[in-house]
Design a protein around this ligand. Sequence first.
Ligand code: GAL
Length: 772
Amino acid sequence: MGDAPPASALISAGADAPPNTDAALNTVTVLRDEWRFGGRFVEGSTAPEFDDDAFAVVTLPHCVADLSWHEWQPADWAGEWIYRRRFDRPAGAGRLFLDFAGVMSAATVTLNGHEFPKQLGGYLPVSYEITDLVRDRGNALAVLVDGSWLNVPPDGSPDGPAAVDYMQPAGIHRDVTLRLEPATFIADLFAKPLDVLSADRRVEVSCTIDSADPPVGDLALTVAVRLDGQPMADTTVDIQLVGSGRTVAAATLDRLPDVRLWDVDSPTLYDVVATLTLDGAPIHRQQRRIGFREARFERDGFYLNGRRLQLFGLNRHSIYPYVGMAMPARVQRKDAEILARDFNCNMVRCSHYPQTTEFLDACDELGLLVWEEPPGWQYVGDEEWQELLVRDVHDMIVRDRNHPSVVIWGVHANESAIYPELYTRTRNVAYELDGTRQTSGSLTSQSTEGWVQDVFAFDDYSHDAENALLKPPVPDVPYLVAEAVGALDGPHYYRWTDGQDILAKQAYLHAQVHDAALSDDRYSGLVAWCAFDYASQNGYTYKSMKTPGVADIFRVPKPGAAFYRSQVDPRRRPVLEPAFFWDFGPESPPHGPGPGALIGSNCDRVEAYVDGTHVDSARRDPARFPHLEHAPYFLDLTVDPSGHPELRLDGYLGGELVISRSMSADPTGDRLRLDLDDNALVSDGSDATRAVFRAVDAYGNQRPFQTGEVALSITGPAALIGDNPFSFADIPGVGAVWVRSLPGQTGVVTVTATHPVLGTASGQFHCGETQQ
Ligand code: GAL
């Protein structure tokens, strides 16, 4: 009880997890459907006999509050809430555990009338052994969720929820799992690749064996490393258990043949499989994915596998419209894809809390490096609070130390002052539990007084009236810019309602800071603020939203993302992304985007034509962007608006036309467009996909300032998560809903969006019993 559950148990249950081939050794049942949610807690509702017939039937992940995409209030989720679920004991002998991957912000779990101690904190797992409490049929599980402001990181400030710059709606927002294990089993597996670049490369494996009753006979542990199911090396060690409880067994896999390294462009993943045997017969098996890679922050930058790599990234909040953080694996994974594939980032900072294991799995698969950190925001509380922070660092590292994508442990509450004693403790926890990754924590001052970490991370919001600037790196330490840009240009920037010049300026400022970070090798790189808009009450917000994302909260890229989208090798993907609209409506500039029209492109030449006539050749500005390989282009697009001029942009590589985009000024060709992220979901009542709707011109370019409402309808076995109708009042011309499968119901789902002026658009996907 109170220990982090083995990550594999949770992972092996996920939608994209490898199939559990050893059902006899370990049975995992995910409790996603058939939960009953009673709303606000009522006295007596955790009792087994409590009549919950009137409760709503819900699936996980779940948020207690019924939210729109903005205008959230902490009062909507503050206080206590009740969930209940009945379950039968899974067939088979053994020990039974109940694992919670994350309940916001605290949970008191009661099983068959037995109450476990309250678990504080919403971002890390907790596991309860229920072997002696469970009966064969009709077990009564009750979860009392506390969504109040608590003395628990990141909360705790006497100023209440507005003291933290992100909102945390309450609920069982991650999976709940039943795990049946043998009496003696591998509770945790940590596989540490070492010296991967040399012939001495090896994997040190440590397995925590948990035994309720040490078996009589010869106990041994065989550890193997595999690539695509093919064994590469293995070793067997004998195990002596000292008694019941936990014993750590170590084994080293050495004399490994050449390995394929895990790198940002080729993230090869291996499996480490540990098998516990008794008198030669397997009694338990545990599996983790690992990658062979060496990651080092040095004074002259970051090195991955011995090669200097400029870190290029964005901070990510995992806050979503309508449900807070309660989105399923597929949706979480999509953010990693957006960051790695659409925005060409090689790093993400998980600001400012441990995010889902599914997100980290996707980072492993995509080659997206990760900074992970405990929950926190500019505040350090009393002794009790500090103990929880130390616990969080511990639990985060135990949960995630096998992920090759994680290259740095944040061991510091974001932007808190330096507390040398506390942060020496958290750093040492990282050293003891891992020892292969450097530690850090983002700071708002460049003073090193009392600083005890390995990589100096500075949140650099320096600027003058026109430009985003970077301070010189702190000398003699590895140095990383952990945040920059944000909304420094203005209090509510960057909303879709802002003028085109403001929206385009976001792209400009992000390009500027990344350019500056390339000016000196001592900058390991820069992770800008931020990827996606998020909900907050802190500082300047508009209807509880903060909008410094280069994509909005629906993950729709803003003009600011044009810079990120163009930072890719053109031979892989030529890009031409205008950071402007081609719009001549009453709120748009009357003569077009004007003399400084910005385009994100990796082409080596961009030409502009209006109504077929060449009007300008795009220029880069080496004086302003001396370091970027794919610096923004600028064009003069001052035009006569009469007659609905049509714009065409042509991009060339080595004299060859590789990409062309047309944009229409004529609003009569405007229509509604609907895009679904997926064409197949699993019908587990939890899996979901996004449906984005946009006002677009005849060529599919987003049209700004569209008003009105979009009405949504669904046919087939799925439910809508989102506002319906969806108003374009605060987010003109663009929005999204998510569509969730229904438990056990398969078939074709059609999503239709209708706007009174723009017409109707629809899309389809399939819900099946398994992933297709
Ligand atoms: C930083 C902070 C971020 C976010 C940002 C807003 O100081 O670390 O979490 O609040 O400011 O611009």
